[in-house]
Write a protein that binds this ligand. Structure first.
Ligand SMILES: C[S@@+](CC[C@H](N)C(=O)[O-])C[C@H]1O[C@@H](n2cnc3c(N)ncnc32)[C@H](O)[C@@H]1O
Length: 242
């Protein structure tokens, strides 16, 4: 059963089953439960996301292509961190779209990370739970780009952690991430905006992109006819200035 009454669920039974699994991301109450949730999902995750496509990844690659030159994408010292990399779908998409540079992965769940390592797209894969009270196990100013597709939410990485993400970006580096833009995520998105305005008003970062896109898109029965439902997401990209 879905926990969400904001949008219509898919009509296709397979899509519905998958979507209900995806939508259960709100259930965990703490990080321990989130880790268990992904322990249970790791084996099915890639198959599920082939059924109901998560558009955050194509949005991330499109935007990153827009903000990088082909010279940067092929440079051996140009570095990308895929944060909350899961089974490595975003890293793979970046590779497939021409990012031949270094891509590292950092992910909380061991089982998801094992799947990612099999994709053969990352230089280093680190298992680490990102929290507001522990620093990322990464030196300051290490990465040109950090992408995070679906890793920030109330039950995942907290908004406060954005500050430490910025610490490990090189000056001029980009941090791209996406969050659902639903009623359920309203408070979380407010927290994100607070952190981002602290960073922009202190001159540490500037906002490059903040726009809505279709996070998940599928067919559903709406008023007795089949319509395309688009669950909104927000893509945000900031540039570190100092
Ligand atoms: C919805 S999945 C997205 C995975 C991948 N980025 C993708 O687009 O397919 C969210 C991922 O975030 C990871 N995650 C959740 N909380 C985390 C945390 N505090 N630190 C690091 N990773 C976390 C989960 O283990 C899971 O693999």
């Amino acid at each position: 059963m879905s926990n969400n009454v904001e949008y219509k669920m898919p009509t296709d039974p397979t899509e519905l089953e998958v979507f209900e699994r995806i939508d259960s991301y709100v259930i965990p109450n703490d990080m321990k439960e989130t880790l268990r949730f992904y322990d249970d999902w790791a084996d099915k995750y890639d198959d599920d996301l082939d059924v109901v496509e998560f558009k955050g990844i194509s949005q991330a690659t499109t935007t990153m292509l827009r903000f990088t030159s082909s010279e940067e994408r092929t440079r051996s010292d140009f570095t990308i961190l895929d944060l909350a990399s899961g089974t490595g779908r975003c890293g793979k998409a970046l590779r497939d779209s021409g990012f031949k540079c270094i891509i590292d992965a950092l992910e909380a769940n061991e089982a998801m990370n094992k799947k990612a390592s099999k994709k053969g797209v990352y230089r280093n894969l680190t298992v680490h739970v990102v929290t507001p009270t522990t620093k990322l196990p990464i030196e300051d100013k290490s990465y040109d780009i950090i992408v995070c597709t679906g890793g920030f939410s109330r039950t995942h990485i907290q908004s406060e952690c954005i500050k430490d993400v910025v610490r490990v970006l090189k000056p001029g580096g980009l941090f791209w991430f996406c969050v659902r833009n639903t009623k359920q995520a309203e408070n979380f998105n407010k927290e994100v905006e607070d952190v981002l305005s602290q960073l922009t008003s202190s001159g540490e970062a500037e906002m490059i992109i903040r726009q809505e896109f279709g996070y998940y898109v599928y067919k559903a029965e709406v008023k007795e006819s089949s319509e395309t439902v688009s669950i909104p997401g927000l893509e945000r990209c900031i540039r570190k200035l100092k």
